[in-house]
Ligand binder design. Structure first.
Ligand SMILES: CSC[C@H]1O[C@H](OP(=O)(O)O)[C@H](O)[C@@H]1O
Length: 364
């Protein structure tokens, strides 16, 4: 997407520099900083520190991380060590394991001297596929928003949680792709963007939508249910970090509460779902999906821009115990449906199997 009129992706390989370049999201929305990622330590740090974040983007980054590991040492031991190092960075988004498994499956049978070139080509392929998948999600989501817009006699009010935007993927985003395409198609819409404590990814969504000219309003995390009660939300669209084969949705902490309020107020709750985010190996999200526990400092402190530039300040008394579960699980029964690259489906095992029979077969 564009930043001040200039086209960008969230990451790109620089043939000139021989390294990956990323938008370091820790400084957004206040500063645009591009970082070169060179060593395996750099890749692991970029994922752990959320310089790159968002399930699809984490997967693409890991694929490039394996490529750099193969360029340095293409041995079996190096492949295994790099896989383990990158896999250990963040436990919840399944795209990380999906990308690493796909790369390892492709690289392991190769003669070591062929692995570096093949790994870089695969990383580029995964990044390119992500763009295509997200654009297709946008197209299918557009059809859904167009139907809702016809019924509404006022701007269509969409609520989204966290940032499942273009900056959380290689491009387009997942939850935001239908919004961009509907806006560009002339549909009159407005987006409620909640802040999404503790890392305030909502500010990234506000930055994205503002850059694209999409009308939006930034709200507190706890305002969504209140707005739904007053008929000010027509649809909720979120992203996801992992969906189980029966349709349970793991996403940023707070998503479950939005889904509960949506159910209570009859608001459709849709999840934008690229197929690499489906974990076909698990069924019960509450029991089987690992929830990342991040640094409690992210809760006790907040980052923002002030007179002296970007700064972090403490919001709690010194020593206050804090807890930082980064994700929660929304049971499929609270999800209206999925917007996938192959179309819309209900949040059921049959719904997912109907759109992706080839992926189920591959696991059998
Ligand atoms: C298409 S991004 C999906 C997902 O990833 C985000 O998590 P994080 O910011 O911790 O990487 C958030 O849960 C988004 O909904």
């Amino acid at each position: 997407m564009k930043i001040e009129g200039q086209p960008y992706r969230s990451l790109w390989w620089s043939d000139e520099k021989g390294c990956l370049e990323i938008i370091d999201q820790r400084w957004l929305p206040h500063e645009l900083r591009i970082q070169e990622v060179r060593s395996l330590d750099d890749y692991a740090d970029a994922i752990v520190q959320m310089r790159v974040r968002g399930a699809p983007l984490i997967g693409a980054t890991a694929a490039y991380g394996l490529a750099i590991a193969m360029a340095n040492d293409p041995s079996d031991a190096s492949l295994a060590a790099a896989y383990d190092r990158l896999h250990a960075t963040r436990p919840t988004a399944i795209n990380l394991r999906w990308a690493l498994d796909r790369a390892r499956t492709a690289l392991a049978p190769l003669d070591p001297e062929r692995r570096a070139e093949a790994a870089l080509a695969l990383a580029r392929e995964i990044a390119g596929e992500d763009v295509d998948i997200n654009h297709a999600i946008g197209t299918h989501g557009l059809s859904l928003l167009r139907r809702l817009a016809v019924e509404a006699e006022r701007p269509l009010n969409i609520l989204t949680h966290c940032n499942a935007g273009w900056i959380a993927t290689v491009d387009w985003g997942t939850a935001t792709s239908p919004i961009y395409q509907a806006h560009d198609a002339g549909i009159d819409l407005h987006v409620w963007v909640d802040e999404t404590r503790p890392r305030n990814q909502g500010a990234l969504t506000a930055w994205e939508l503002g850059s694209h000219g999409v009308p939006h309003t930034y709200i507190t995390d706890n305002a969504g249910g209140h707005l739904m009660q007053r008929g000010l939300v027509d649809i909720i669209i979120t992203g996801t970090d992992r969906v189980t084969r029966r349709g349970d949705v793991c996403n940023k902490i707070g998503t479950y509460l939005k889904a509960l309020a949506a159910k209570d107020n009859g608001v459709p709750f849709w999840v934008a779902l690229p197929s690499p985010t489906i974990d076909w190996t698990v069924s019960d999200g509450l029991r089987e999906i690992p929830i990342e526990q991040r640094d409690p400092r992210e809760v006790s402190h907040i980052q923002g821009a002030g007179p002296g530039g970007i700064a972090e300040i403490r919001v709690t008394p010194k020593g206050t115990p804090t807890r930082n579960d980064a994700f929660d699980v929304t049971p499929a029964r609270l999800v209206t449906g999925f917007i996938t690259e192959r179309g819309l489906c209900p949040a059921t095992e049959d719904g997912l199997a109907g759109l992706f029979p080839d992926l189920i077969a591959r696991r059998a």
